[in-house]
Each structure stands twice: as structure tokens, then as C-alpha cells.
Design a protein around this ligand. Structure first.
Ligand code: HEC
Ligand code: HEC
Length: 278
């Protein structure tokens, strides 16, 4: 959203100030304070006209209360944009370059708006009809919001599903490219989980499909991000074993043992593999 990203920019600028000051002191000693001031003026100046270009009366509310105040409605809309990673113009007819004066907010011509209205009704039903029934247990209810499911994306897809869809479409190369692309873009946000277990579970799914070379690719990619994970190296070892590459299996199991010297089970496995190899 426009306003959010402007604040974001300001925060980034503040955070990187020492860097600016040290590296570009000579060039920026006048510019830097000016930039902050300019942005501050820009922010206050752009805020009020933006709000005033939104109509005061709403003509086409079918789920939200008809007597909702403007600040409340705008607040709800901002939550939509944040929860779904969208901008006003994705749901409303208008030209974002011209600004809100060109918007026809009441129009239902955009499919995403119609879908969002359906979702609004769904969320109300979950909170008021379904979750309300838990009241008999006498605890305060946690409410479901758009963000609960969407976490910053318009289709709330889980990473495992996104990766397996990529695999179905183009095999292991497509899967690994998808993972790296998503990680580059979303790491540090709550949109996707990039924890160690994600690729490990994908490995298990691929093993179920009998694609051992793909299992190995996925676990090795996991090792790039989790260098200290003995579990992951042990999994790599077992994948090599499936592929009848005992030497590589032993190598990886030894790495796993180095990382977790106290796990006796790993040592037992190593003895077993070495015994069988002889
Ligand atoms: C995910 C889709 C979505 C996004 C993004 C979105 N809106 Fe909406 N907006 C809706 C829906 C759905 C309604 C109608 C709600 C209803 O029927 O009760 C609505 C209604 C409105 C209305 C009332 C229109 C009328 O006259 O009935 C205004 C004004 C509005 N939005 C402004 C905004 C602004 C400003 C933004 C960006 C900050 C925004 N919306 C972002 C879906 C969206
Ligand atoms: C219980 C989980 C859940 C909640 C809560 C939820 N959604 Fe959704 N939403 C979904 C799912 C799942 C889809 C994908 C449906 C499909 O296309 O199969 C979806 C799809 C959408 C889409 C269509 C996206 C597209 O690209 O086609 C919009 C718009 C949307 N939701 C808006 C909202 C809004 C606004 C809210 C809050 C009022 C909300 N959702 C709350 C689960 C949820």
C-alpha cells in the first residue's frame, strides 16, 4: 500500500543513517537532513488529500454496516491491503497514477472485490456463528481475521503446496527455483515458513513418490541454509544409501555425527552401514 511503503522507506532511511553518514558524509552532509525533512513534509502533505478524495458516503456496502464511519471503513480497507499484499486498485476501479479522485469505489466491476466481499461474509460467519458456539466453554474468543489465513498474499498458499505444485509442473528444477525465488522475496515475513523442517518434509513427500535423486537435491539445498543441522545431514546420508552410494552415505553420516556427537543412534547407524559395506 502506498502510505505503508512511504513509512517503510522512511524507516529504512533512519536505520541506514549511520552508514549514509560515514560513507557519503561528504556528498550528503547537506542532503541527508534535507531528505528527512522533505519526506516528512511529503507525508503530511499527501496524507490529508488522499483521505479527502475518498467519498464520505458509501453507496454499495453489502456486508459492512451501512452506517460505518469513514475512518473505520478506511481502517478496514487498509487491513485488507496488508493482509492480502494488495493495493486499493487491485479491488477498486480507478487509476492509481492519478489517485483516489479517479476511483469509483462503489463499483463491483473488479473480481477481487467481489471475492473479498464473499470472504468478508465468510469471516463474519466464522466469528459470529461458528466460533461463538465455543462460548459455552466460557473463554474469550480469538477472532479470525483476513490476516489469520492470508499472511500477506491474495491466495493463502502454504509453502509445501507451492513447492509441490512447482514439482508437478516442471520437476525438481522448477521446485528448487521456486523455493529460492520465494525465499528471496519473502524471507523475514510471515507469508511463508522457511524453517528447516519444510524442505525435510518435502524430501519425505518426494521419497513417497520414489524420486530419490529429487530427495537428494532438496536435502542438499536445505544444507545450504542449515549448515549446522545434523538431522539434515543424516537424511542426506540415508538418501545416498537408497541410491546405493555408500561412500557418500558414510561421509554425510560422519558430518552429522560431528555436529551432534552425543546422539548415539547416529553412531550405531554408521557402524551398521560400515559393517554392511564390508
Ligand atoms: C481485497 C479487496 C479490497 C481492497 C484491497 C480494498 N478494498 Fe475497498 N472494498 C472492498 C469490498 C469487498 C468493499 C465492499 C464491502 C461491502 O460490501 O460491505 C469495499 C468498499 C470500499 C468503499 C466503499 C464503497 C461504497 O461506496 O460502497 C471504499 C470507499 C473503499 N472500499 C475504499 C478502499 C481503499 C481506500 C482501499 C485501499 C486502502 C481499499 N478500499 C482496498 C474490497 C477491497
Ligand atoms: C479461513 C481462511 C481465510 C480467511 C480468514 C480469509 N480468507 Fe480470503 N481466501 C482464503 C482461501 C483459501 C482463498 C483461495 C480460494 C480459492 O481460490 O480457492 C481465499 C481467497 C481470497 C481472495 C481471492 C484471491 C484471488 O487471487 O483470487 C480474496 C480477494 C480474499 N480471499 C479476500 C479475503 C478478505 C478480504 C478476508 C478478510 C475479510 C479474507 N479473505 C479472509 C481463505 C481465507
Amino acid at each position: 500500500m502506498r502510505l505503508y511503503s512511504q513509512f517503510d522507506g522512511l524507516n529504512k532511511l533512519k536505520q541506514s543513517a549511520p552508514y549514509f553518514v560515514s560513507k557519503y558524509m561528504k556528498k550528503l552532509h547537506i542532503l541527508y537532513p534535507l531528505t528527512i525533512v522533505t519526506i516528512a513534509i511529503f507525508l503530511t502533505a499527501s496524507f490529508s488529500p488522499v483521505q479527502s478524495q475518498i467519498p464520505d458516503k458509501f453507496e454499495n456496502l453489502k456486508v459492512l454496516p451501512k452506517d460505518i464511519t469513514k475512518p473505520e471503513l478506511v481502517g478496514r480497507m487498509k487491513k485488507f491491503t496488508a493482509a492480502l499484499g494488495l493495493r486499493c486498485v487491485n479491488c477498486h476501479v480507478g487509476d492509481a497514477k492519478i489517485g483516489f479522485s479517479s476511483f469509483d469505489f462503489k463499483s463491483d466491476d473488479k473480481e477481487l472485490k467481489v471475492k473479498a466481499r464473499f470472504m468478508l461474509g465468510m469471516v463474519e460467519a466464522i466469528n459470529s456463528d461458528l466460533l461463538a458456539k465455543l462460548d459455552m466453554f466460557g473463554k474469550e474468543r480469538v477472532k479470525v481475521e483476513c490476516m489469520t489465513c492470508h499472511r500477506g498474499q491474495s491466495k493463502p498458499i502454504l509453502i509445501g503446496d507451492a513447492l509441490m505444485t512447482a514439482y508437478d509442473n516442471g520437476g525438481i528444477d522448477t521446485l528448487t527455483a521456486k523455493f529460492r525465488g520465494l525465499r528471496d522475496r519473502y524471507y523475514g515475513t510471515h507469508t511463508y515458513d522457511f524453517g528447516e523442517r519444510v524442505l525435510s518434509r518435502i524430501g519425505a513427500t518426494l521419497e513417497g513418490l520414489g524420486d530419490m535423486p529429487a530427495v537428494l537435491r532438496v536435502l542438499k539445498m536445505n544444507a545450504e541454509y542449515f549448515l549446522e543441522s545434523s538431522t539434515n545431514f543424516a537424511q542426506i546420508a540415508f538418501a545416498y544409501l537408497e541410491l546405493a552410494d555408500t561412500t557418500s552415505a558414510i561421509e554425510n553420516l560422519e558430518t552429522a555425527i560431528k555436529l551432534s556427537p552425543n546422539v548415539s543412534w547416529l553412531k550405531m547407524q554408521l557402524e551398521k552401514i560400515k559393517g554392511e559395506a564390508e
